[in-house]
Design a protein around this ligand. Structure first.
Ligand SMILES: [Mg+2]
Length: 173
């Protein structure tokens, strides 16, 4: 059973970090967060910003075997590595869509190349892409902006994720 993890929102609080960085009060949005969209160009290569990001969950919940992290961040994976280490997340390879050594333009490409069986992501785009274009089962990390998606693959807390992988694994055989 080969497992991979998304980083932002699943493990690290990216959205709240954007607001913190600009000293603004964060409120989770149901629709797209236009403030983040506006500011993203300014932040996308800002190492200091990425190193300040805080965890969204306690890393003790990542107590299961997994292969790697896959993120759509377009920064040097070493910056992400430092941030994850800072907060005590397991040391595993980090793959970035488009900018890492692997020739991949999407999370689905990376997942196919690494032959992952299970993944978790909060993004509807990645959730659909992975479930449509790979044999990997992608679970959807619950958040306000994806609640309208009707799926049995929804995960309400990361602590449910590994049991769900095992459950689906039994059904595959
Ligand atoms: Mg994410």
């Amino acid at each position: 059973m080969r497992i991979g993890l998304d980083i932002d929102y699943v493990l690290i609080n990216f959205d709240e970090g954007v607001y913190d960085y600009y000293d603004k009060q964060y409120v989770e949005k149901v629709a797209r967060d236009t403030f983040i969209d506006e500011i993203y160009e300014e932040l996308r290569h800002n190492k200091e910003f990425y190193l300040k990001l805080k965890p969204r969950i306690n890393p003790i919940y990542i107590d299961f075997p997994f292969e790697c992290y896959i993120t759509a961040r377009d920064i040097n994976p070493y910056i992400t590595y430092m941030n994850l280490q800072q907060h005590g997340f397991p040391n595993k390879p980090i793959f970035n869509v488009g900018v890492n050594g692997i020739e991949a333009n999407s999370k689905a490409d990376i997942i196919n190349e690494l032959k992952l069986d299970y993944f978790i992501d909060d993004s509807i785009k990645h959730f659909n892409e992975i479930n449509n274009e790979t044999d990997c089962v992608c679970f959807l990390m619950d958040r306000l902006n994806n609640k309208h998606i009707d799926t049995p693959l929804r995960i309400n807390h990361i602590s449910e994720f590994y049991n769900q992988c095992k459950y689906y694994e039994q059904r595959r055989i």
